[in-house]
Ligand binder design. Structure first.
Ligand SMILES: NC(=O)c1ccc[n+]([C@@H]2O[C@H](COP(=O)([O-])OP(=O)(O)OC[C@H]3O[C@@H](n4cnc5c(N)ncnc54)[C@H](OP(=O)(O)O)[C@@H]3O)[C@@H](O)[C@H]2O)c1
Length: 113
């Protein structure tokens, strides 16, 4: 789950049933065989991030946190690991959250591999 595959129906059902949702591939598995740039290179997230002095990855992870889920992001890079934890010193506004809702949805696994 991530801003480009928001899993609205699943989250609604999980909420109803009291099930916590965790987001795998919260950064859209950027530069990974099974992933894409749909999150990290997303223009809407880039615009929000620029306005806050943050990165698109941080905005994506903050979005996961603010909708009440938990994110599992992977990095082999020390700086990006640190960056991915620095999401508690800013907030996404209601407007930001509404804008993120408009991001065109794209299934993570397209079945083309
Ligand atoms: N059990 C399952 O079925 C399942 C399925 C999917 C995922 N998962 C788990 O979920 C976790 C994450 O999934 P994932 O690895 O598919 O995808 P992900 O965390 O969405 O993306 C990882 C990619 O993003 C890059 N990255 C990390 N932080 C970044 C940042 N701040 N800015 C730019 N790029 C950044 C990483 O590169 P660098 O390493 O170079 O930073 C890596 O190429 C993993 O622990 C995985 O095992 C489990």
């Amino acid at each position: 789950m991530n801003p480009s595959w928001q899993q609205g129906k699943l989250r609604e059902l999980s909420k109803e049933k009291g099930i916590h949702v965790s987001a795998w591939s919260a950064l859209g598995a950027y530069k990974v065989t099974w992933g894409s740039g749909a999150v990290v290179e997303n223009q809407i997230l880039q615009d929000i991030a620029a306005g806050k002095g943050k990165t698109t990855a941080q905005v994506a992870l903050r979005w996961v946190y603010q909708i009440g889920s938990s994110a599992m992001a992977k990095s082999f890079n020390k700086e990006r690991m640190t960056q991915n934890l620095e999401i508690f010193d800013f907030e996404l506004s209601e407007d930001d959250l509404d804008t993120i809702k408009q991001i065109p949805q794209r299934r993570q696994y397209l079945g083309d591999m």
